[in-house]
Design a protein around this ligand. Structure first.
Ligand code: PLP
Length: 373
């Protein structure tokens, strides 16, 4: 008979597209004793977690909270709440995650107008404006701030401004951007934004911070049709995560994952947002200099590269899978493979959150040098 024993995972260094290295502080927070999800102690923690998320998102939005599921559920929450059958949504696609936004629009029974740009390039603002002009009926503009499949930063401030000029709401994917580069929900006028716990927040996977503007809340409350997803209906979730001491059961929050989320946000607050962005920028520069000295080229133009997700061209004649396999087996180091149109062509080297350190940059460069020789 087979016997089953505890699982002890290997100790890796995670420098791929996420999850990123989780600090011992966050892992320890997660191991604290579970309390009831309506325990007054937990309600206090929920309130503080919301405040810390407002800080991270740079917003005063009252409806700012973590969804009890990964980033993809945050994406779905934004679409199912704001989009109704028959609506028109302009979706900007320049990588994998923009494509998923389009899928969400279609599944809401709405019409997706696609603004498409090449992988590795920014969304073209002129094309977005043309689409806005051609579709005065459009209700929402949706785009990915930090496209993890390509390492491109889209110009979120300019895209939101354009959307507002044409009276559209905005849905922004900040899964990889939050904590790594500036995200300014109120200054940019974002209506719905979602992120993920396991990228630059360096928390365990499985939590998706979201925030909705007051304007978005009005739109959700004025819907003609019920939100198609019971679990992600913000009208119901606010009864549990909303204002005041009175909280009604909606689902059981993943209590220990919220401990971890809170701890990772406390760490971000201690460091300060601006300092966290500066750290990502500085170590990105160091990594790029080191990669270039190994003859490895960046795949994305310097003007709109993400510091936290470095997409590099795989050098000529190098076996993609063999090198990644050696990094994992000999160095316990994970870097990311290319996705979709970039499969086999690039590597994705993450410098996210707690994993964005001098030590990791040196380790990764040293390991790459060894395996490429
Ligand atoms: C990782 C990621 C997601 C999905 O998050 P999950 O937690 O894997 O569901 C969505 N958008 C972007 C840009 C991402 O990088």
């Amino acid at each position: 008979m087979k016997t089953y024993t505890s699982h002890i995972p290997p100790q890796r260094t995670l420098m791929g597209p996420g999850p990123s290295d989780v600090s011992p502080r966050v892992l320890n927070a997660m191991a604290r004793s579970t309390v009831g999800h309506l325990d007054p102690d937990f309600i206090g923690l929920m309130d503080e977690t919301k405040e810390l998320l407002q800080y991270a998102f740079k917003t005063n939005n009252a409806l700012t909270m973590p969804i009890s599921a990964p980033g993809s559920a945050g994406m779905e929450a934004a679409f199912v709440n704001l989009v109704e059958p028959g609506d028109t949504v302009i979706v900007c696609i320049n990588g994998v995650f923009g494509g998923r936004m389009k899928e969400n629009v279609i599944r809401c029974g709405a019409k997706a107008v696609v603004v498409e740009d090449d992988w590795g390039k920014q969304t073209d603002l002129n094309k977005l404006e043309d689409a806005l002009k051609a579709h005065p009926e459009a209700k929402v503009v949706a785009f990915v701030h930090a496209e993890t499949s390509t390492g491109v930063r889209n110009d979120a401030a300019a895209m939101c401004k354009l959307a507002q000029q044409y009276d559209c709401l905005t849905i922004v994917d900040a899964v990889t951007s939050l904590g790594g580069i500036e995200v300014a929900v109120d200054d940019w006028g974002i209506d719905a934004i979602y992120s993920g716990s396991q990228k630059c927040l360096s928390c365990v996977p499985g939590i998706s911070p979201v925030s909705f503007s007051d304007r978005a809340v009005e739109v959700i409350q004025a819907r003609k049709t019920p939100v198609q997803s019971w679990f992600l209906d913000m009208n119901l979730i606010v009864g549990y995560w909303g204002q005041g001491g009175k909280r009604a059961y909606h689902h059981t929050a993943p209590v220990n994952s919220i401990y971890a989320t809170h701890e990772s946000l406390v760490m971000l607050h201690e460091e300060g947002l601006e300092n966290a962005w500066a750290r990502h920028a500085r170590l990105h520069d160091k990594l790029v200099a080191g990669l270039e000295s190994l003859g490895i080229e960046m795949a994305v133009d310097k003007a709109y590269r993400l510091p936290q997700l470095n997409v590099v061209n795989i050098p000529e004649g190098v076996d993609d899978a063999a090198i990644r396999g050696r990094l994992l087996n000999e160095f316990n180091l994970e870097i990311g493979a290319g996705l979709g149109a970039f499969a086999g062509k690039v590597w994705r080297i993450g410098l996210m959150g707690s994993g964005c350190t001098d030590k990791n940059v040196d380790f990764c460069l040293g390991a790459l040098k060894t395996v490429l020789n």
